[in-house]
Design a protein around this ligand. Structure first.
Ligand SMILES: [Zn+2]
Length: 495
């Protein structure tokens, strides 16, 4: 949930001098929330606390229709505001009264309420809509994944536009109820707890609830024919996983990996502190994509992640995001290191735990694998740019930065930082500057130079944290050996 409010001098002047009853006293909310990487993503002028997404979906045709009810609070006087959405809208109500609306730009839904909203006013917005998500393209792509038996919404940074209208930015988190009506025999997977199911005249309604704040991109929906498994981890976390019944040769390896979710969530809890949500799990739909995504409480895995056998490393990566990315979300997309550097480092810790290479050995390997003139070093993990937001360097150099931090502050302070950070900003969003302040407070050391070197300098840092010798310009003939875990760690690098 967003707590930051910027009042410009110009806006303040309007508030001081304009007649408060006139339309001039209110302004349109901006079409973007102010993210330099994605200027139109999210919106200005309000903060959402809850989404109620109620859908009907026909897998045979990919036809989706529904109503989303949004609870929001105006953070400024508003004559008009935007939602982010891409399907066809038939009706909008604001506080029960019909509102004017228009689809503009790629994914803006401009809403003009019958009466302006006052700053601080709590409001209820109802949007009725329908569409065929797989047929809707924005910025040249479709985030909705059509499958032979349904569809899947899982994408970063955008996926919501294809199934519910939202303030689509991780700085405005909210709770969710997702209720979907599908033909009997079809399953619906979403975030949080499966609250209830009921069937009537050939259709089944699935009701899911996420009662902890969740970023919009971490909301997920999958409809298809799934086999659902339920258990409880030894540490007491309820686990719900789901597998497409159409995984073919990948079925065994997928289950052998994802069924370890409870065990791995418990292991990560020991490192990063108590798990912040009411359930955990993953799902593997029959999609052709190659990536995985850390949807809150319910990770999305592509079957291809398991095409070379089981892979607990990817499960560790996505579950680590439940702390780094989901419990604490990025305030802006430029802060992506807070997600990917830490999730990758969790894989290094798992490798060490499994005896397949220590974090230091992995750091040595990454460092020496990239000669000084490798473009790898030109990407700044702390501000990679929108085009390089998910570049391999954000992951690998991002994890190297954490190994450098560990070397600098020592294991005791380092692991107190990793465990304290998710608790410090639980259910909120944060920046790398926030992390620096927190890590300096825990360790009692200035860390500006170290983070500047590893996160914000477009060049290969001097060895420092990586003691193994590495010849400049080329991989040394006698450099470190490839750690056994490397292939599977590296294969994860798609979110
Ligand atoms: Zn990731």
């Amino acid at each position: 949930m967003r707590t930051r409010t910027i009042v410009s001098l110009a806006a303040a002047a309007v508030l001081l001098f304009a007649d408060p009853a006139s339309a001039a006293a209110t302004a349109a909310g901006s079409p973007g929330i102010g993210d330099a990487y994605y200027p139109t993503y999210g919106n200005g002028g309000y903060d959402v606390s809850h989404y109620d997404v109620r859908l009907k979906y026909q897998p045979a045709t990919d036809r989706l229709e529904g109503t989303t009810t949004i609870l929001a609070t105006a953070t400024q006087d508003l004559s008009r505001f935007d939602l982010d959405f891409a399907l066809d809208v038939s009706e909008v109500l604001v506080d029960g009264r019909p509102a004017k609306f228009a689809a503009t730009g790629e994914q803006e839904l401009e809403i003009t309420p019958a009466a302006p909203l006052a700053k601080g006013q709590r409001t209820t917005v109802v949007v009725r809509y329908a569409g065929t998500p797989s047929a809707v393209s924005r910025y040249g792509f479709t985030a909705w994944l059509r499958t032979p038996d349904g569809g899947v919404a899982a994408g970063e940074p955008e996926a919501a536009w294809w199934w519910f209208p939202s303030n689509d930015h991780p700085s405005d988190k909210a709770t969710f109820d997702v209720s979907v009506l599908v033909p009997d025999g079809t399953q619906v997977i979403s975030n949080g707890d499966l609250v209830s199911q009921s069937s009537k005249i050939g259709w089944t309604r699935w009701n899911w609830r996420q009662n902890k704040p969740q970023a919009t991109y971490l909301a997920t929906l999958a409809v298809g024919r799934f086999d659902i498994t339920r258990s409880t981890s030894p540490g007491g976390i309820p686990v719900l996983n789901a597998y497409s019944r159409d995984l073919g040769d990948n079925d065994g390896a997928a289950r052998a990996s994802v069924e370890r979710t409870g065990e791995l969530a418990d292991w990560l809890s020991g490192l990063f502190g108590p798990y912040a949500f009411g359930s955990v799990g993953g799902y593997v739909p029959n999609v052709r994509t190659g990536y995985a995504l850390e949807n809150q409480t319910r990770v999305f895995y592509s079957p291809r992640q398991f095409s070379r056998g089981s892979n607990t490393s990817v499960v560790v990566h996505e579950l680590a995001h439940q702390w780094f990315g989901d419990t604490v979300s990025v305030r802006r997309w430029s802060e992506i290191w807070l997600n990917e550097g830490f999730a990758t480092y969790a894989q290094w810790l798992w490798s060490e735990h499994e005896g397949e290479g220590t974090a230091q050995e992995l750091a040595d390997w990454v460092y020496s694998s990239h000669p000084a003139d490798d473009p790898f070093w030109s990407v700044k993990p702390g501000d990679p740019g929108a085009d390089h937001q998910f570049d391999g360097a954000v992951y690998d150099r991002g994890a190297l930065a954490l190994q450098a931090l560990r070397t600098e502050v020592g294991d005791d302070a380092f692991f107190r930082i990793l465990k304290g950070w998710p608790a410090e900003y639980r259910y909120g969003s944060a920046t790398i500057a926030d992390f620096r302040r927190f890590a300096e407070q825990v360790s009692g050391r200035p860390l500006g130079d170290l983070l500047q070197t590893w996160l914000y300098t477009p060049a290969r840092p001097a060895r420092g944290a990586v003691p193994s010798p590495a010849a400049p310009g080329a991989r040394p003939a006698a450099g470190p050996a490839e750690p056994r875990s490397w292939a599977k760690i590296h294969a994860v690098q798609e979110h």
